[in-house]
Each structure stands twice: as C-alpha cells, then as structure tokens.
Design a protein around this ligand. Sequence first.
Ligand SMILES: Nc1ncnc2c1ncn2[C@@H]1O[C@H](COP(=O)(O)OP(=O)(O)OP(=O)(O)O)[C@@H](O)[C@H]1O
Ligand SMILES: [Mg+2]
Length: 278
Amino acid sequence: MATEDPGLAIATPAAPGPGDDGALGTHAMETAGMSVFYGSFRAVKDVSLKFRDHKITALIGPSGCGKSTVLRAFNRMNDLIPTARVEGRVLFHGNDIYEESVDPVEVRRRVGMVFQKPNPFPKSIYDNVAWGAKINGYRGDMDDLVERSLRQAALWDEVKDKLDQSGLSLSGGQQQRLCIARTIAVKPEIVLMDEPTSALDPVATLRIEELIQELKKHYTIIIVTHNMQQAARASDFTAFLNMDEDRAGQVIEFGVTAEIFTRPQRKETEDYITGRFG
Ligand SMILES: Nc1ncnc2c1ncn2[C@@H]1O[C@H](COP(=O)(O)OP(=O)(O)OP(=O)(O)O)[C@@H](O)[C@H]1O
Ligand SMILES: [Mg+2]
C-alpha cells in the first residue's frame, strides 16, 4: 500500500500522461476527483482518469477495490442502487452526466454496458438486438440494423438462419456476443465491459478479445478484467486500482498498457500484475 506517500498515489493519473493529452473536456469520458459512496461507506475515492476516444482502457485491481463501482458511475447505473452517491465530476464530452438536467436513460444509450454474465432477454435473437432501438423509436430499416449489429458483434454467420430462436438457446460465448450486438445496436459511443469473458472458455474468450479490437474502430472501450494476460493483450491503456486502509479504492497507476506491464512505477502495481497479491 502507498502509506508512505498517499499523495503520489493519485498524482499519477491527474498529471499529464500518456492517456492525457489535453485539458478537461477533451476526452470522451473523464473523471475528476470522483468518489462513490454506498451510504456512509466510500467505496472509491478521488478517481481522476481520462479515456481516449477509440482506445481500449483496462481497469485492473484486486476484488472489492471498486472497479465495477467506477464503471457503473460512467453511465449512471449506480442510480439504480438506492444508497449509492457520486461526488466529483464525471464528464462525457465535457458535460457532467450528474447534472440535474441530464436524462440518465440518454446517458445509458450513449454509454452502453456489457456485464460479466451474458444476460440475453428471454426473447428471440432478433428481438434481443432490436429491443433498444424499438424503445428509442428507431425509424430506419430494423432488419438492416439487426444484421449490421450482429455482423459487428461477429455473430451474424452463426445465427443468420435462426434469428427467431431464443437468445437463451445460444452458447455462453454466443450469448455474450449477442449482448454486445444488443449494446451496439443503439449506437453508443462508449462501451463499458465488466469482466465480459470471465464466464467463458478460452476459445470464446479469445473470440471476444478479437471482437473488442474490431469494436474500437467505432467505440471507446473501458473494460474491467481480472485476467492479466487479457489486459496486457487487449488494452491500450491500463489503470490499476487498489484499496487504502479504509477500503476505499483509488487509482494507483495509469498509463500505456505496455509500460504498466513492463515498467510499472509503483511497487503495488508490480506486486499485483506479477500475482503477488489480489
Ligand atoms: N450495492 C452495494 N451496496 C453497498 N456496497 C457495495 C455495493 N456494491 C459494491 N459495494 C462495495 O463497494 C466496494 C467495491 O465493490 P465493487 O463491486 O465495485 O468491487 P470490484 O473491484 O468490482 O470487485 P470484484 O473484482 O470482486 O468484482 C466493495 O467494498 C463492495 O462491498
Ligand atoms: Mg466487479
């Protein structure tokens, strides 16, 4: 733990660095001094991060350090937890998503989320993908949108002849790609992924990792993973979070993934990525 110099622990992401090439307001998603509370418990504190457009940023750190909490703050999913409260700033294209005038439903459309466990609706493959667009009153060609989304999610060839079958009839890896298709069908700009491959076998995992590389051409991706090989392989930037004595998670180090994994600046980061704790 960074007990000897707690100030430095949060200085790294706040100072100009590899992911940080401009003032506040220049990135798709930024946080400044963000804390998230559950009741009186501060689960994460002073998170200042900037996420580059069309890049993949991995959030890593031991269980309970607040990765999912941070991710949920980015599209106001924390609103659904009655005790949760966010302090500090969370900027989407320079606008604070917690301003009173902001519609959380619109935030969630533009900042989509894929969860750890594939969670297709008990509906047809087609309806899973069309659902969000329907709700948003999409007026274009729905068949076309469904096909495009499934193609982008690298699932089209496997399901094109059975679009009316239940999404739940697919394999786990296919279900996760279906959930990705459902997320991108509403044309988000950012896709948040919370351990999207932890329920999948190695082949399905690689498939999703390849897909994520494709998706970054169109989307900004923020991914939580416990899999160090995955973070090293699949991301451009990495933020390492850890807990302090109060169990509040904070960003210990943030930078270009290759640097974090080959030349970590902080001993805690090194200990974590080499499997010495967590
Ligand atoms: N709904 C909630 N109500 C109260 N406390 C919560 C809630 N969700 C998470 N917490 C607490 O906030 C802290 C951070 O949890 P979070 O789920 O964000 O961690 P995590 O890094 O995603 O962990 P894991 O790697 O196990 O998924 C933990 O101490 C957890 O117990
Ligand atoms: Mg989590």
